[in-house]
Design a binder for this molecule. Structure first.
Ligand code: HEC
Ligand code: HEC
Length: 277
């Protein structure tokens, strides 16, 4: 081994590695880090179940009268100021007759209700009620008239590739292809989709909260809803497509890591050359 070739070659290799990986990092920095469509090899998805008659069109009439009464009591304390007696609506809040269990559960479990200030877009915040109180209020609202029930969501039964297609066609225009949300004008925005639970995503699809359109049974069957929900959950942690897992810190930090590793290599090489004689 000649005295000079070793370190020079090594520095070159380190530099190439450093440049190579930061180059790869830079290639990922687009203005919109669109997640790539999921691989088409998701063959595990089961076909839509043949009989799914239980979840749709069943108004929760099963709720015991005692639950409904308890829900009404909670409602009278916090909701009638805006929604009126028997939830028939006032100029501060709409009638809740026929909005269904899906709407009440969605608005309460995402903390949108009770609203702090009338007239502002209802925002997601910490729920004001415990899950059991939400169930009571939901039973009361559902008892006012038939409406969409809480969807029976099963993301695992959804088809990721189908979910990607449906999401791209029906949701990405407002929520962005990465699910980051975006402004819609007139001080209305579509929120990011990284916090809603699978059940809340399915509820949003079925009820269309605020400025969002609703997608009923005639638009998406339950399997299609499961598929969209599966894709929305997938968006939060897309499968790594090769490369080192650096904790999903993003291209900038990945580039920094490559740069630091490369620089350390160069420093070590320089030191080695410097102390050689
Ligand atoms: C300060 C007034 C206010 C209070 C208090 C309030 N709401 Fe609302 N609520 C509104 C307004 C305004 C809307 C419509 C806004 C929207 O859809 O984003 C609404 C929408 C809703 C909806 C959705 C209706 C639909 O069309 O699907 C539900 C369900 C609801 N409220 C339940 C409740 C419950 C339950 C409470 C009590 C815990 C409550 N609200 C307290 C003002 C209020
Ligand atoms: C026209 C624009 C628009 C489209 C299309 C749209 N949304 Fe929305 N979405 C909204 C807006 C606006 C809100 C906030 C509603 C409110 O509370 O005022 C929202 C809220 C949501 C939420 C609640 C998020 C949270 O954390 O509380 C979910 C989940 C959601 N949308 C999912 C979807 C899915 C899935 C699709 C496609 C099937 C879709 N949206 C299509 C505008 C849209």
């Amino acid at each position: 081994m000649t005295p000079i070739r070793g370190p020079v070659a090594w520095v070159a290799v380190v530099a190439a590695l450093g440049l190579g990986s930061s180059g790869a990092g830079a290639a990922q920095t687009g203005p919109d880090p669109t997640p790539s469509p999921p691989p088409a090899v998701t063959t595990t998805s089961s076909p839509p179940p043949a009989v799914t008659t239980t979840s749709s069109t069943t108004p929760p009439v099963g709720a015991a009268a005692a639950e409904i009464d308890a829900g009404r009591s909670l409602f009278e304390v916090a909701c009638t100021t805006c929604h009126g007696a028997e939830a028939r609506g006032t100029d501060r809040g709409p009638s809740l007759v026929g909005v269904g269990a899906a709407s009440a559960d969605f608005y309460l479990s995402t903390g949108r209700m009770p609203l702090d200030r009338p007239r502002s877009q209802a925002e997601r915040k910490r729920p004001a009620y415990s899950p059991s109180e939400i169930a009571l209020l939901t039973a009361y609202v559902a008892s006012l008239g038939p409406g969409p029930p809480i969807p029976d969501v099963d993301p695992g039964g959804g088809d990721l590739t189908l979910g990607y297609t449906l999401y791209a066609d029906n949701c990405a225009s407002c929520h962005s292809s990465a699910g980051a949300g975006g402004a819609l004008g007139h001080a209305v925005y579509a929120p990011p989709l990284n916090r809603a639970t699978p059940r809340e995503v399915a509820e949003a699809i079925r009820i269309g909260p605020g400025a969002m359109p609703l997608f009923g049974d005639d638009t998406f069957d339950d399997h299609e809803v499961d598929s969209i929900v599966r894709y929305v959950v997938y968006l939060r942690d897309p499968r790594d497509e090769g490369g080192l897992d650096l904790g999903h810190l993003g291209p900038l930090s990945e580039g920094l890591v490559a740069w630091a590793v490369g620089l350390l290599g160069v420093l070590l090489a320089a030191r080695w050359i410097g102390t050689r004689d």
